[in-house]
Design a protein around this ligand. Structure first.
Ligand SMILES: Nc1ncnc2c1ncn2[C@@H]1O[C@H](COP(=O)(O)OP(=O)(O)OP(=O)(O)O)[C@@H](O)[C@H]1O
Ligand SMILES: [Mg+2]
Length: 249
């Protein structure tokens, strides 16, 4: 029998086909995404950039199955998310995805250590204390393993989420501004870890406003007004910044 897990080993890690998302708001309909088609190849690191309101977070939420498109399809490891009920979606997310988001990142009641160990625990894996501590060590938080999220700064909380993703090794890692709350040196550490993750076969999709952060990615996808308006491969920060200011004119 093929399980959800097995199906996630071939083809692009995440594929969007003709994806649109509209929101009803008091001031009328907002078309946050207006038809996005893109494949994120397995084992690559992609940065998504674009002006504020261009649809970056919406795209990430849809790709992760945290929100549903108004039209079009999202596939993760070949599995169409639209065909799944809530239980199957949760199971797929748990089996294949990791998140480094600014909100609803960590469980408030758990220590940093227990937050890092949680995905593996939910998957029924045996927890090796040294490995959990090693993941925290790689983001510089080994000494804070016993603290709860409320006792950590925003940047430290984000790093706990990065440690969790390093420890549980999800096939696909979604990150929304993972370096936004970090100083340059810590940010570089996190970006190196994300790049290593992709080099070892994980697929990383990261939203960022920072051209330097985006320069760590294999591909940069530019969004404007709900559409993909540009792509760069292995670009340096200068070229990325120039492309951004071109878009913002
Ligand atoms: N729940 C919602 N209801 C109505 N409109 C929404 C909702 N969420 C997002 N939008 C609108 O959809 C568009 C895209 O929003 P999104 O959050 O994806 O932008 P973004 O590119 O992530 O921006 P930022 O860089 O500021 O985080 C914006 O115009 C936003 O106002
Ligand atoms: Mg956003």
């Amino acid at each position: 029998m093929t399980t959800l897990h097995d199906q996630t080993t071939t083809g692009p890690a995440v594929a969007l086909a003709g994806v649109t998302r509209s929101y009803r708001s008091s001031s009328g309909d907002v078309r946050a995404l207006r038809g996005v088609t893109h494949a994120f190849p397995t084992g690559t690191f992609t940065a998504i950039m674009g002006p504020s309101g261009s649809g970056k977070s919406t795209l990430l939420q849809l790709a992760a199955g945290l929100d549903s498109p108004s039209s079009g399809h999202v596939r993760v490891g070949g599995v169409a998310l639209t065909g799944l009920d809530q239980t199957a979606l949760t199971e797929l997310r748990r089996a294949t995805m990791g998140f480094v988001f600014q909100s609803y990142n960590l469980l408030d009641a758990l220590t940093a250590y227990d937050n890092v160990a949680l995905p593996a625990r939910l998957a029924g894996a045996r927890i090796e204390r040294a490995k959990v501590l090693d993941a925290l060590d790689r983001v510089g938080l080994r000494d804070l393993a016993g603290r709860r999220p409320a006792e950590l700064s925003g940047g430290q909380q984000q790093r706990v989420a990065v440690a969790r993703a390093l420890h549980s090794r999800p096939r696909v890692l979604f990150a929304d501004e993972p370096t936004g709350a970090l100083d340059r040196a810590t940010g570089r550490t996190v970006l190196d870890l994300l790049r290593d993750a992709a080099a070892s076969g994980q697929t990383v999709v990261m939203v960022t406003h920072d051209p330097l952060a985006a320069s760590y990615a294999d591909e940069v996808l530019f969004l404007a007004d709900g559409l993909v308006v540009g792509r760069l491969y292995e670009a340096d920060a200068g070229v990325i910044a120039a492309t951004m200011s071109e878009l913002e004119r």
